[in-house]
Design a protein around this ligand. Structure first.
Ligand SMILES: [Mn+2]
Length: 525
């Protein structure tokens, strides 16, 4: 416990109960409140006890309506499913600035010299995480420690802050989900860090990466993230594309090598993002990044950190990006936020759309073992008008509840036999000998060419619409029974006209069942 009279803000010391699992830590949180010395400064004095689950009927904005850390879904508690994290940059260094105006808020912890502010922000972070009931935080090197006048000074600042953070992690039980280097804010990185045309800038980035990786390792960070902030180009007229791809791969390989050297066992992640700030960002989306990793022999060392807002900027849904990553067991972690369909940039909002979180959680649950050492990091910020620190609580609580409810809905949908049947039926024809042969690599174009000659032409509407109902079942009335019965391919015969009518009837039924599909999904919400 911190000494009485200490001026340091009050997170709840764990008194030797370090190394607890997030679930055990959450269970203990409430009992730790009384241990907080009353003389300690608090940045969030209005939150007098850790936020509790009170259920959907509660009207207390400082309570969870759906996130119940201990509630089990598919054998895992919600705490284990989510491993929520607070994003240091937005929550403790964000000050309401946007492209039309500079900082709008002065947070109580962001005053004094840069290093004094760094210490206070750390204290605010650990108090906030404890009171919110979030077991992890994430940082960039330059938001946890200020950049100095020289590289050596920057490195020293980071070293000092890491020592403080390590002690506060130990005292509070809060852990580091991931760390990363900010290789995009300083003007030296205007033309990229790893992909910069100047090898000296590359070397600077590599050195900064080394320190950020070592800081993450020192703090027990479970992941290290690469977000290629300015890795991209503006015009091909001055750009060697292949050269820049090779450079970026070299930077990643240097990190992999250094991790081995220092014994860092955490997971490396790449966070895709398109369009901002350069027109052509190299890590455009998940599929692009996975392809890049394969091409450069880095595939086994990296997973993907999927951000919701980056997915929508790439013209995808959040669920699409999660599904592409999970399909290869490469979904490493999640930046849980949301964009705005009416705004064309990375707005980093807190998630409040249940349909988005429900479909996202369906995708997450598809990956065996869940997200492993990853978590759900709220890479989200309050809007410029939200100048009250209490909004940080309301925003995070809302986001956690939105994902918790999304998990419950996703579980219900996946457990619903009607839903499973709809999807299975859609692919039923692939269980035929022909389908099995194709997937086993035992078919040939010659073999498959024999099939179309026995099929109806033109295809039945049901087939053309790619109805979820087994196409073989629906089309058989035309292609097999009737066509064969009337022994003619000419569809003008009465038999075939009848058959086609029947098929159209089935097609209508198919549409009705599609509506049923939506009802199944909606009723699960
Ligand atoms: Mn973003």
């Amino acid at each position: 416990m911190l000494p009485q009279g200490s001026s340091r803000p009050g997170f709840f010391p764990l008194k030797g109960r370090n190394g607890l699992s997030p679930a055990a830590w959450l269970a203990n949180s409430a009992s730790l409140l009384h241990e907080r010395p009353t003389t300690m400064k608090s940045y969030f004095p209005l939150v007098k006890s850790p936020i509790k689950y009170e259920g959907p009927q509660s009207r207390d904005p400082l309570s969870f309506k759906w996130f119940n850390a201990k509630h089990k879904v598919r054998g895992k508690t919600m705490a284990q499913h989510f491993r929520f994290a607070v994003a240091y940059w937005h929550t403790f260094k964000g000050a309401g600035s946007d492209m039309f105006g500079p900082a709008a808020w002065v947070r109580e912890w962001n005053v004094g010299s840069p290093m004094e502010a760094a210490t206070k922000a750390l204290e605010a972070n650990f108090e906030f995480c404890q009171k919110l009931g979030v077991p992890y935080y994430c940082f960039h090197d330059r938001d946890i420690a200020p950049e100095g006048a020289t590289f050596t000074e920057s490195a020293k600042n980071l070293e000092t802050v890491v020592k403080q953070a390590k002690k506060m992690q130990k005292d509070s039980g809060i852990k580091l989900l991931w760390g990363t280097a900010n290789l995009f804010s300083n003007p030296r990185y205007t033309h990229g860090a790893g992909t910069n045309p100047d090898v000296q800038v590359f070397a600077y980035a590599a050195a900064q990466l080394k320190h950020a990786l070592e800081a993450t390792c020192e703090l027990g960070g479970e992941n290290y993230v690469f977000w290629g902030g300015r890795e991209g180009y503006e015009t091909l007229l001055n750009t060697k594309y292949s050269q820049e791809q090779a450079q970026f791969a070299a930077l990643l390989q240097l990190a992999v090598d250094h991790a081995k050297k220092i014994g860092y066992k955490g997971q490396f992640l790449i966070e895709p993002k398109p369009r901002e700030p350069s027109k052509h960002q190299y890590d455009y989306d998940t599929a692009t990044v996975l392809s890049f990793l394969r091409a450069h022999g880095l595939y086994d060392h990296f997973k993907i950190n999927v951000e919701a807002n980056h997915a929508t900027l790439a013209g995808h849904t959040f669920a699409h990006e999660l599904t592409v990553a999970a399909a290869e067991n490469k979904l490493g972690s999640i930046d849980a936020n949301a964009g705005d369909v009416l705004l064309g940039w990375d707005t980093d909002q807190f998630p409040i759309n249940l349909y988005d979180t429900a479909t996202a959680m369906i995708a997450v649950l598809q990956q065996k073992g869940g997200i492993g050492s990853g978590g759900f990091n709220f890479d989200a910020k309050c809007r410029r008008g939200s100048n009250d620190v209490m909004d940080l609580f309301y925003a995070h609580i809302g986001g956690m509840d939105c994902f918790a409810k999304g998990l419950l809905v996703a579980d219900k949908i996946l457990a619903d036999k009607a839903y499973n049947k709809i999807v299975d039926d859609r692919y039923a024809s692939w269980k035929s000998p022909t389908g099995k042969e194709i997937l086993a690599g035992k078919s040939s174009l010659d073999k498959l060419t024999a099939l179309p000659s026995r099929m109806a032409n033109p295809p039945s509407k049901a087939v053309a619409r790619n109805c979820w109902k087994s196409t073989s079942t629906i089309s058989c009335s035309v292609s097999n029974q009737k066509t064969q019965d009337c022994k003619t391919q000419d569809c003008k015969t009465q038999d075939c006209k009848t058959a086609r009518r029947k098929t159209e009837d089935r097609s209508k039924k198919c549409h009705a069942l599609r509506s049923h599909d939506l009802i199944v999904v909606s009723s699960s919400m």
